[in-house]
Design a protein around this ligand. Structure first.
Ligand SMILES: CC(C)(COP(=O)(O)OP(=O)(O)OC[C@H]1O[C@@H](n2cnc3c(N)ncnc32)[C@H](O)[C@@H]1OP(=O)(O)O)[C@@H](O)C(=O)NCCC(=O)NCCS
Length: 162
């Protein structure tokens, strides 16, 4: 996959060894509050890893899932991209483990991911779908230059676009 490395972080593929981290992230109330994670069983997470272990960053695969990690590989969060040129957009989802929040990690890695996305897909909108009460996420995406577009009531999400 395209290597993406920032000052402190990198994006890498999931491996079987990441099961415990992904499960703990999905079971963390702070991380899960505004997500639609319905199945946190080991079986489901194993399947998720098997499906996405070879994902290529910003390829034309629709759903791409990666880990955000320190340079030594230790995971600190997850990144999901929905690449949908037919809908003229790439939708971005990010979760940083509670322990690592408010250290500028989400902003650091997304700045690099968004730059690359704009280079590969200059005509596509970059989108974040955010629960109206998710203030940290709203502030994060505003800081990254996203602007509020509309409230998608069917999914109770604010649509932010850059
Ligand atoms: C939203 C989230 C990814 C932010 O990650 P983070 O690494 O803590 O964010 P950063 O440290 O890079 O913060 C960047 C900016 O976002 C805003 N921000 C982040 N967390 C915030 C909080 N708890 N309250 C208010 N603003 C916040 C601030 O503007 C911050 O800049 P500042 O620290 O200079 O004030 C993280 O809180 C998270 O994983 N939440 C749970 C999962 C989630 O809801 N994901 C969003 C789905 S789209």
């Amino acid at each position: 996959m395209e290597k993406l490395i920032t000052k402190r972080l990198g994006i890498r593929n999931m491996t079987d060894a990441d099961l415990v981290f992904i499960k703990s992230l999905r079971e963390d109330e702070v991380c899960a509050r505004y997500q639609r994670w319905e199945d946190n069983s080991e079986e489901h997470i194993r399947e998720l890893i098997a499906t996405h272990r070879h994902d290529v960053l910003l390829s034309d695969t629709e759903i791409q899932r990666f880990l955000i990690s320190m340079h030594d590989g230790v995971p600190i969060g997850t990144l999901t991209l929905f690449v949908t040129p037919k809908e003229d957009c790439i939708t971005i989802g990010i979760t940083i483990a509670s322990l690592h929040q408010r250290k500028g990690y989400a902003k650091e890695i997304l700045t690099a991911v968004l730059d690359l996305a704009e280079k590969y897909y200059p005509t596509l909108d970059l989108i974040a779908l955010i629960h109206p009460d998710n203030i940290p996420s709203i502030r994060l995406f505003e800081a990254l230059g996203f602007r509020f577009q509309l409230h998608a009531e069917s999914i109770n999400s604010l649509v932010y676009v850059r």
